[in-house]
Design a binder for this molecule. Structure first.
Ligand SMILES: *[C@@H]1O[C@H](CO)[C@@H](O)[C@H](O)[C@H]1NC(C)=O
Ligand SMILES: *[C@@H]1O[C@H](CO)[C@@H](O)[C@H](O)[C@H]1NC(C)=O
Ligand SMILES: *[C@@H]1O[C@H](CO)[C@@H](O)[C@H](O)[C@H]1NC(C)=O
Ligand SMILES: *[C@@H]1O[C@H](CO)[C@@H](O)[C@H](O)[C@H]1NC(C)=O
Ligand SMILES: *[C@@H]1O[C@H](CO)[C@@H](O)[C@H](O)[C@H]1NC(C)=O
Ligand SMILES: *[C@@H]1O[C@H](CO)[C@@H](O)[C@H](O)[C@H]1NC(C)=O
Ligand SMILES: *[C@@H]1O[C@H](CO)[C@@H](O)[C@H](O)[C@H]1NC(C)=O
Length: 519
């Protein structure tokens, strides 16, 4: 369903249009299969705060933030949402909202401050407390082990993900988590957005740990964009596979849990119907997603990558290939944007090609006319197209949508119609995807709170709850989207009636301007 005219700002237009959409597209929680999960997501460095408290040491993200985030924005996660101290209240909010699950991550350097070696008892205590609070409220913990925050000690010791040594340390860290928390945690994700980690951190160099040699954006002090992205992915795949092997051998029978990996996924739409662009779109998907999924499903990298990357692409021994192949119980995907893809054969003539040049495509964001540039376009059909393509290539393995959400400016308004519209469209479209045979098991909104964003710091906001950073209590203030999601999750009524209720209450919300409103 096209709803691009929505993009025009705010309440008046939105009230009218939302009603139209909802009449045509009413659904309730009850239309979903009973075991389908709805949740919300965060990650450790983005919400916990207490960065220097109770024995936690720095991660590569702390270092990146304190060095000025590559000049992209201000801020750091020293305090963030202070969930470290407010987790009980936050779990209460989740419970009231009706979340089935909360996706969060464990800070490796809080649990094992030096990355390897002794466990920090206060770190252990914190995650036990949080997990107990969730399970006592009937909320499933879905836990990520590494969300952009490798311990700085391992970066210093041997270059972190660039070195094979990370495989052993990651496996030992995962072992601690399985042993200590696995009686209550049944869904583990080893790495968040592994593909963006390799590209952003080691090719373009604009994300932690900021290594690169040929970035158009940064002069990194270390790195090699021609080789390191491939090494890093190779080590992530092996670290994942090693952790999964350990789990299956030591814990699976008793704990009955599942281990997944997370990728940022995009829909790739050929810019034209020429065969060059159609092939280029397939190649872009191979480079972004097949890079991980081919090894997980088939035990080797995609043919397009072997061809364009050549000897810089590491290879798996047959023992390693067998360990990586089949090591995925589910795939977690984060979905926001899609791209038009144009073939770019010229980039293959460059000397010292980096990952981007190897891909040999030109990407342009897929836009929807009428959507303001601040907003993420609502394009669920591109997600469905992508998921059918993955199903055709790799089979119908289980998928969790780990992140999906709309961006607004942090201090704009509690009356976040654009987010309500976005969630309504994506959640509604999930019903079609399930009816069309896709094996989607759950949906997590990014984000539960306005967190410290990787891109955008405290200026960008995705949260269901707003936090005024100048309020010393960091009170969580519900946005309209949290009211909408809560109504939906509690199955109070049909969607069109929910919309009317929101309309009544939205005037109430929009008359409560936030401090620091920019527009
Ligand atoms: C949810 O809503 C549907 C449709 O209105 C209704 O049939 C169903 O009984 C409701 N379920 C619960 C658990 O309230
Ligand atoms: C990187 O360094 C080169 C050479 O010193 C300089 O010309 C260029 O402006 C720098 N680029 C950035 C983004 O700082
Ligand atoms: C990157 O590594 C490759 C292969 O070892 C080497 O040929 C190239 O010179 C390196 N590039 C930089 C910028 O160090
Ligand atoms: C390509 O072909 C498809 C199917 O025939 C059509 O829907 C689409 O609009 C075409 N795209 C372009 C850019 O011409
Ligand atoms: C979007 O806008 C552009 C420029 O205004 C126009 O050329 C194009 O046809 C529009 N596309 C759609 C799908 O309306
Ligand atoms: C509007 O919000 C108030 C306060 O949260 C609540 O008591 C009331 O039931 C809401 N009205 C509707 C129609 O949902
Ligand atoms: C509100 O946010 C905008 C966009 O980030 C920013 O330019 C403006 O300075 C902020 N206003 C205040 C008072 O914080």
């Amino acid at each position: 369903m096209m709803i691009n005219s929505f993009a025009v700002m705010h309440s008046l237009a939105a009230v009218v249009l939302v009603s139209v959409v909802c009449v045509a597209n009413a659904f309730t929680r009850n239309d979903f299969p009973p075991h389908f999960l709805f949740g919300a997501s965060t990650s450790a460095y983005q919400v916990e705060g207490a960065a220097n408290e109770d024995g936690r040491k720095a991660s590569i993200w702390d270092t990146f933030a304190h060095a000025g985030n590559g000049g992209l924005y201000k801020g750091n996660g020293d305090i963030a949402c202070d969930q470290y101290h407010k987790y009980k209240d936050d779990v209460q909010l989740m419970s009231k909202m009706g979340l089935d699950a909360y996706r969060f991550s464990i800070s490796w350097s809080r649990l094992i401050p030096d990355g390897n070696g002794p466990i920090n008892p206060k770190g252990l205590q914190y995650y036990n407390n949080l997990i107990n609070e969730l399970t006592n409220q009937g909320i499933q913990p879905h836990v990520t082990l590494n969300h952009w925050d490798l311990p700085q000690a391992l970066e210093d010791e041997y270059g972190g993900w660039v070195s094979r040594r990370v495989i052993k340390d990651f496996t030992a860290y995962a072992d601690v988590c399985f042993r200590e928390f696995g009686d209550r945690v049944k869904h583990w994700t080893t790495v968040n957005e592994g593909n963006v980690c390799s590209m952003g951190g080691y090719d373009a160099g604009f994300l932690p740990p900021q290594r690169c040699s040929s970035s158009p954006i940064f002069n990194c002090s270390k790195g090699n964009s021609s080789t390191e992205p491939y090494l890093v992915t190779h080590h992530m795949l092996l670290a994942h596979a090693s952790a999964t092997r350990l789990y299956r051998k030591m814990y699976k029978v008793k704990q009955q849990g599942f281990i997944g990996f997370n990728l940022l996924v995009f829909g790739f739409v050929p810019l034209t119907n020429t065969s060059e662009d159609i092939i280029a779109a397939q190649r872009a998907q191979d480079f972004y997603l097949g890079w991980f999924l081919n090894p997980f499903i088939f035990g080797e990298y995609p043919a397009t990558m072997k061809k364009n990357v050549g000897s810089r692409l590491p290879f798996f021994t047959s023992r390693e290939a067998n360990m990586v192949k089949g090591s995925l119980d589910f795939l977690g995907i984060n979905f926001y944007y899609s791209f038009y893809v144009k073939n770019n054969a010229k980039s293959l003539q460059q000397k010292n090609r980096d990952y981007t040049a190897d891909m040999a495509v030109e990407l342009t964001p897929y836009t929807v006319n009428g959507t303001s540039t601040d907003e993420i376009p609502v394009i669920p059909w591109t997600l469905e197209g992508l998921l059918h393509s993955l199903k055709d290539i790799y089979g119908n393995f289980p998928i969790y949508i780990h992140e999906n959400g709309q961006q607004t400016r942090r201090n704009s308004s509690l009356d976040d119609w654009t987010r309500v519209k976005y969630m309504h469209e994506y959640i509604g479209s999930l019903l079609d995807m399930l009816r069309n045979g896709l094996n989607i098991r759950g949906y997590f909104v990014w984000a539960f709170l306005d967190v410290f964003e990787l891109l955008g710091g405290y200026e960008a906001s995705y949260g269901l709850y707003y936090i005024d950073l100048e309020d010393p209590t960091l009170r969580r203030q519900p946005k309209l989207s949290s009211v909408w999601y809560s109504n939906f999750l509690n199955n109070r009524t049909t969607d069109s009636v929910i919309t009317m209720k929101i309309e009544e209450n939205s005037s109430l919300l929009s008359n409560t301007p936030l401090k620091n409103i920019a527009t």
